[in-house]
Design a binder for this molecule. Structure first.
Ligand code: CA
Length: 251
């Protein structure tokens, strides 16, 4: 692993200095070329040769789980262990919004589309010039800043429960609770409209979709699971309340 903090470069702006970039590339020459070019721009760069090492630096236990220790990730597609597309998909699944630039030797449309579909922000085909790479990184930082600096959805809070919509995380009394995707979406709906009463049919439509084949017991089962995870005493819930004859409400 190659790691460097580019604080020595006094000619760079303060914004650039604080930007940390993770480079995941197995081809040593390309990796070093990228690292050099980014260092020259004053970025702090960590470079790793494969996807599984990338995961260990990303999930550094010294860092709080909601903070990715990087401001931008450059991912080669063809990598040993975990490939770039899977890594990209995983980061998005975990709720990380960090800008991701995909690199690939393949220039086919399918590859590009696939990269963007798994949540990458931009795509660069090899061979590329380091000037172009640096320009793309700058553009991504700019775009990311514009998109998220102002429009980050707020954390939703109700009682002792906090929900972070972008990160798909829920904390109960400061402790992380693991919710399955359907449970999360169901609870997010409640958190967005506290005390609103939802019928089972409304919840089925909203969360499972109108094409869902099954009955409203599905909702009851998910409510039971949510209560088991969120309530101090699931048999006498304080948060997800049953409204007899109507459905459920939060609070
Ligand atoms: Ca490669």
């Amino acid at each position: 692993m190659l790691s460097s903090d580019a604080t020595h470069n006094s000619s760079q702006s303060k914004i650039q200095k604080s930007q940390r970039i993770l480079v995941v590339e197995d081809e040593e020459l390309i990796r070093e070329m990228i690292v050099l070019a980014l260092h020259e721009e004053g970025y702090a760069v960590t470079a790793v040769p494969d996807g599984s090492i990338a995961l260990t630096v990303i999930h550094d236990p010294a860092t709080k789980s909601e903070d990715l220790p990087f401001d931008l990730v450059i991912l080669d597609i063809m990598l040993p262990q975990i490939n770039g597309l899977d890594l990209c998909r995983l980061l998005r699944y975990q709720g990380h919004r960090v800008p991701i630039l995909i690199l690939s030797a393949k220039g086919s449309e399918t590859d590009r589309v696939l990269g963007l579909e798994v949540g990458a922000d931009d795509y660069l085909t090899k061979p590329f010039s380091t000037r172009e790479l640096v320009a793309r990184c700058r553009a991504l930082f700019r775009r990311h800043h514009l998109n998220y600096a102002v429009s980050e959805p707020p954390m939703l809070q109700f009682g002792e429960i906090s929900l972070y919509p972008q990160q798909c995380r829920v904390l109960v009394r400061e402790k992380e609770v693991n919710l399955a995707p359907k449970e999360f979406r169901l609870f997010e709906l409640f958190m967005n409209s506290p005390r609103r009463v939802w019928s089972r049919e409304q919840l089925l439509d909203k969360i499972w979709g109108i094409d869902f084949v099954g009955d409203s017991k599905t909702v009851d089962v998910h409510i039971r699971w949510l209560r088991e995870k969120l309530e101090k005493d699931p048999s006498s819930p304080e948060y997800i309340i049953t409204v007899r004859g109507f459905g459920y409400r939060l609070g």
